[in-house]
Write a new protein. Structure first.
Length: 135
């Protein structure tokens, strides 16, 4: 998927597996310059979605590579670069399990930390998680 706006892949109130897509150049919504997620998974507080993200490549997104909102799941074997945040989840009691075999450039944040960053602070420095081989 290339050159989309708002979100490259969007799961809403469903559960599933997102495996091996290449998602690039996701811009914000033209109406109000908001959003810009490579993968967006949303559920409801009383009924969270469950999404397993496997071996995905997400590059050059406007805000966050992967957003979990009232959702659970895992992120494994994925590469996320080019956004201010690689993975964001909210509310704090939800969110994915992020395995050690991902490469994530940008902060991995829960919602309170995201709100602090969006208040005008500069984007966080890139971060790479160690590979699955123990490095």
């Amino acid at each position: 998927l290339q050159g989309t706006v708002t979100a490259g892949v969007f799961l809403h109130r469903v559960s599933g597996v997102i495996e091996r897509p290449l998602i690039e150049d996701v811009g914000p919504r033209p109406l109000d310059a908001r959003f810009g997620y490579g993968i967006q998974v949303t559920g409801e507080t009383q009924s969270p979605s469950v999404a397993h993200v496997r071996q995905c490549v997400v590059r050059r997104v406007d805000l966050a590579g992967i957003l979990y909102e009232s959702a659970l799941g895992t992120i494994s074997g994925s590469v996320v670069t080019g956004g201010d945040f690689s993975v964001v989840w909210l509310p704090p009691m939800f969110g994915p399990t992020v395995t050690a075999d991902n490469v994530l450039a940008g902060a991995v944040e829960d919602e309170p930390s995201l709100q602090a960053q969006m208040s005008g602070a500069p984007a966080p420095p890139p971060m790479a998680l160690p590979g699955g081989d123990g490095e």
